[in-house]
Ligand binder design. Structure first.
Ligand code: SAM
Length: 223
């Protein structure tokens, strides 16, 4: 991927997208790590939530179940995955709004959301796109808003490192190397977020997924 010109589909090739939900639920302990992400944002009872790189909207729907009063939007660049998402939303009688756009230039106003979630998307982006996507997340969040990220993190042991080569062979080494080095918190901090922490590691059949959080601190006005 060069700079800001394109995106990598959910499983790299469009023809694999139809198998995405099955692979996630079978090999990635999907409900476990997505539940950790949701628990991490529960305290604020967020009312406006954006799920970027929403894919087939499994996380967006879990968020809607957890916060039925919230106004939720899912953003993704891929029309193929959004078509699958749309069918799932209709079946679930969901009110989630879908936006087709790229994460590094979102057609959304600033200071809109209490929470932005980002699950398994950052490892699709090269370093430049990771940085600009996280800056966009900072921009669209309200002051005191939270970013909650679930993505491939530093492997918790040698076996986790070995199996993660399978993901790297599929998704490419350029976009995944910062993940495996444990550099995602530093990307989140550089975008302006404070109190960045890794909340939990979840080991899966394909590697270690880390849950990270950061805060958009409100700027104090000194009179
Ligand atoms: C591996 S899937 C993750 C889907 C979902 N968040 C989940 O956790 O199951 C990554 C998603 O990010 C989307 N994506 C990749 N790069 C993107 C970008 N720059 N802007 C918007 N969406 C992007 C892909 O289309 C894909 O649906």
């Amino acid at each position: 991927m060069t700079g800001h010109s394109t995106y990598i589909p959910a499983l790299r090739y469009n023809w694999l997208t139809q198998f995405y939900d099955w692979i996630l639920s079978t090999f990635l302990r999907e409900r476990t790590f997505k539940s950790v992400l949701i628990e991490s944002i529960r305290a604020g009872s967020p009312k406006h939530i954006l799920d970027i790189g929403c894919g087939t909207c499994t996380l967006s729907l879990m968020i809607e179940e957890a916060f039925p009063e919230a106004c939720i939007s899912g953003l993704d660049g891929d029309p193929v995955v959004l078509a699958i998402a749309k069918k799932k939303l209709t079946k679930a009688h969901s009110k989630i709004k879908l936006v087709q756009a790229m994460s590094y230039s979102m057609p959304l106003s600033s200071n809109l959301f209490h929470v932005v979630t980002c699950s398994l998307m950052l490892h699709h982006l090269n370093a430049e796109a990771k940085a600009s996507t996280l800056r966009e997340c900072y921009r669209v969040l309200q002051p005191n808003g939270t970013i909650a990220v679930a993505d491939w993190g530093k492997p918790s042991n040698f076996l986790m490192r070995l199996v993660f080569y399978l993901v790297q062979l599929l998704d490419g080494f350029e976009t995944t190397t910062d993940n495996v080095k444990g550099n995602i918190p530093s990307f989140i901090e550089k975008a302006g977020f404070s109190e960045v922490k890794e909340l939990k590691k979840v080991d899966t059949f394909l590697g270690t997924i880390s849950i990270y959080q950061g805060l958009k601190k409100s700027k104090e006005i000194i009179l």
